[in-house]
Design a protein around this ligand. Sequence first.
Ligand code: NDP
Length: 251
Amino acid sequence: MLAPKIVLVTGANRGIGLEFVKQFLLLKSPPKYIFACCRQPDTAEELKGVAKGNPSVHVLKLDVCDQSSIDNAKAFLESKVEGEGLNLLINNSAIISHADLYNATREDMAKVYETNAIGPLMVVKSFLPLLKKAASVDPSAAMSCNRAAIINISTGVASISENSSSGLYAYRASKAALNMITTNMSLDLKNEGILATAIHPGWVKTGMGGPTASIDTVKSVTGCMPVMEKLHGEEGTGKFYHGVTGDTIGW
Ligand code: NDP
């Protein structure tokens, strides 16, 4: 059963991130705390509406490109959880660029890499002591999203082995880097009992996916939740899953 006690989601004010928050609240055993992070809590009306009716949801400011906001969010989380740590960190936030070979720019490549690859890595680095704390509660338990896990929301178009259409230079490259970061983390953190896996959420109707995408956020996250639930032990870490079909994707 998927039942992490303490969850953090980045980019939780809209799209897939917001739906993650909503679906965690629907679990049989919902988290004690959900830290729903976004760049601008002041304007996150829908998320604040969710938090209003659910005291377990805390809306936090966290811009993955701003280290001080990551540090402040970590300090807030620490003050709330009183030594319990963090069970599940979902690196969901990202930006896209549609630039192809002819209009990719140095600035665009750097900005997308900063947001989609460096940002999630820095978030993990900052929250690592809290993930370790959660993992140490039961050192004999198998790795899982209930114990201590990093889920990096990737994309099928980051797959190098399955690339057949080109384009999206910055976005594909940044997420391929995130995939490499994910496998590195899975190796570095295995002995700590912390799982790290990448999930592609499908092509989803959001600001990023656009109105013609094939599924809505409910269907996407309804698929991702059981995928996270089944991640177990060494078999579940360092993988790249399609969140809707549940199949693995080639790196
Ligand atoms: P949206 O564009 O709807 O939402 C993106 C979220 O990321 C927003 O909350 C946005 O915040 C946040 N964000 C952007 N930059 C930062 C930053 N610097 N710091 C913190 N938060 C930031 O996208 P989706 O919901 O569709 O995407 C969610 C994830 O799913 C992404 O990782 C995306 O790459 C992945 N994905 C999506 C697909 C799709 O079809 N939609 C397909 C494959 C993967 P703000 O509101 O402030 O801009």
